[in-house]
Design a protein around this ligand. Structure first.
Ligand code: PGA
Length: 250
């Protein structure tokens, strides 16, 4: 059995009403009893408070999918780290490819968010990943290294962090990375973290489904999975968690 923790994160993106979110938590908590897996749920801002309340008697970690890098002020429509904390979040996804590409967030901005999250006691889950074009032109290692180095600039040693490798060509496409590509990139992410004297659980994300969970979580450098679409339904998310647990406890 691996000594590193097993972490499964659900990223709900812009899905679920408060009622649906709370009912999901009740249903999932009745199915997952093992304490060998840490379950993180990145829920919409509007549901954080209710979901955190519903998850009080569970070991689930509740978090957000983004935040603003500033402390407070005139930033219409934005949400601050302290507000996330107050609502019950303990982690926040930062640098997700949808933020990078649809909302033009760059490494410098993401780094500010990472530092701000840490200063408020929120664990940042930094996402990195290359596009299909970057991979085809052989630039994927450079891109990932840059996203990690710039995203985690000035992060103190010993900080509580999570890192997810999510190739863009695998997100929401149904085309997950092959186990060998996933392992190669997860190991590379770990070497980048080592160079910064940082350590963090490293997750694979991108079209994780019940039927490909085993081959992905089996990889030596996979500490867990970041699940989008398949985390929206209790049955598929549970299957992913249970399959991962089985692989880990064999
Ligand atoms: P997916 O999304 O599992 O639906 O591909 C993953 C993610 O965007 O984090």
């Amino acid at each position: 059995m691996k000594e590193r923790p097993l972490i499964i994160v659900g990223n709900w993106k812009m899905n679920k009403t408060i009622e649906e979110a709370v009912s999901f938590v009740h249903s999932l908590s009745s199915k997952i009893v093992s304490d060998l897996v840490k379950i993180y749920l990145a829920v919409p801002y509007t549901a954080i408070r209710s979901v955190a309340e519903a998850a009080k008697k569970t070991s689930f970690m509740i978090g957000a999918q983004n935040m603003n890098e500033e402390v407070v002020g005139a930033f219409t429509g934005e949400v601050a780290a302290t507000q996330l904390k107050e609502a019950g979040a303990c982690f926040v996804i930062l640098g997700h490819s949808e933020r990078r590409h649809l909302f033009h967030e760059d490494n410098t901005l993401i780094n500010k968010k990472v530092l701000r999250a840490l200063s408020c006691g929120l664990t940042p889950l930094l996402c990195v990943g290359e596009t299909e074009h970057e991979r085809k032109s052989g630039n994927h290692f450079t891109i990932i290294q840059e996203q990690i180095q710039k995203g985690l600039l000035n992060v103190p040693q010993g900080s509580s962090l999570l890192l997810a490798y999510e190739p863009l060509w695998a997100i929401g496409t149904g085309q997950h990375a092959t186990p060998s590509i996933a392992e190669e990139m997860l190991a590379f992410c770990r070497s980048c973290l080592n160079k910064l004297s940082l350590s963090a659980p490293i997750l694979y994300g991108g079209s994780v489904r019940p039927d490909n969970t085993k081959e992905l979580i089996e990889q030596p450098d996979a500490d867990g999975l970041l699940v989008g679409g398949a985390s929206l339904v209790v049955s598929s998310f549970t299957e992913i968690i249970e399959t991962s647990l089985t692989v880990r406890t064999l």
